[in-house]
Structure formats: structure tokens, C-alpha cells
Write a protein of this length. Structure first.
Length: 149
């Protein structure tokens, strides 16, 4: 799953992947719900219910990311941000920690720097634009291709 994408192309690709994943999960949820109703065995019904709950939970997580990236794609706002150090991004490896301010609130996040070369990014103290959405101000993504002089 693409979690820290920034450019329009990356966001659009991520949306396509998440749409396919959501459709697959929806089919699995519907299939397990129908099996829950039709199966006579209490044991099989319990197994289908557990699978139904797990798929529903995963669906909600993917849907939330889908909504965040849709907001970043459709109505981005760029605010200045500053790199503060290195961090680890879950399942993606090393990232860069940064801070930014929006509507008087301060945020500190971490995102990957790929495909940008790590050595070309000034850490700490680098000034870059952060792509955010008014709907999800805590979910900013630093764009290391948009340096502020």
C-alpha cells in the first residue's frame, strides 16, 4: 500500500490501487455475509463471521487512506515545512521527520523521501512545501521536490 505519496501521479496511482483493493474487500465482505446467513453449521458461521469482521476492519482502514489521498489530490494546500531529522516509516523504511503549521496548529510527521536521493535533502533545517488538505490537516506530506529558498 502506498502510504506517503505526494505528486499528483503518485496519488492517482495510489487511488487506483486502493479502489481495486476496496472492491476486492467488498466482494469478500459480501461473500462472507451471505455464507454466514446460509451455512447451517454454527462453527462455519462463526468462522465466516470472524472473516467478515476482519475484512470489514481492513476495509475501513483502506477507505480512510483513500479519503485522505482523495482530499490531497482534489484540493491540496501547500504550507511551508521544515525537516527535523530522520525517522522510520512503517513498512517502508527510513524517512524524514518534518514539522509544519496550519491554521495556528503545529504538526510533526514522518514520510519517505523516495524517489528523491536522501543526500539531496537538507536534514535538519531543510525548508520544503508540505501538501495538506483542510479536511485532514494532520496528514500532510512533505514534497522534497518543492524546496523553499
Amino acid at each position: 500500500m502506498l502510504l506517503n505519496v505526494v505528486s499528483d501521479e503518485q496519488l492517482l496511482t495510489s487511488q487506483i490501487v486502493k479502489t481495486i483493493l476496496l472492491l476486492i474487500l467488498a466482494v469478500g465482505i459480501i461473500f462472507n455475509f451471505i455464507r454466514m446467513l446460509r451455512v447451517a453449521s454454527a462453527r462455519k458461521r462463526t468462522v465466516n463471521f470472524i472473516i467478515f469482521i476482519i475484512l470489514s476492519f481492513i476495509f475501513s482502514i483502506v477507505l480512510r487512506q483513500y479519503r485522505i489521498e482523495a482530499a490531497l489530490l482534489k484540493s491540496p494546500i501547500y504550507v511551508p515545512g521544515t525537516t527535523t531529522g530522520y525517522c522510520n516509516v512503517f513498512a517502508e523504511g527510513e524517512g524524514i521527520e518534518f514539522k509544519y503549521e496550519m491554521d495556528g496548529r503545529k504538526f510533526q510527521l514522518c514520510n519517505t523521501f523516495h524517489p528523491i536521493n536522501k543526500d539531496s535533502i537538507k536534514v535538519p533545517g531543510g525548508k520544503y512545501l508540505v501538501r495538506v488538505s483542510r479536511n485532514f490537516p494532520k496528514q500532510g506530506r512533505m514534497d522534497f521536490q518543492k524546496k523553499i529558498d
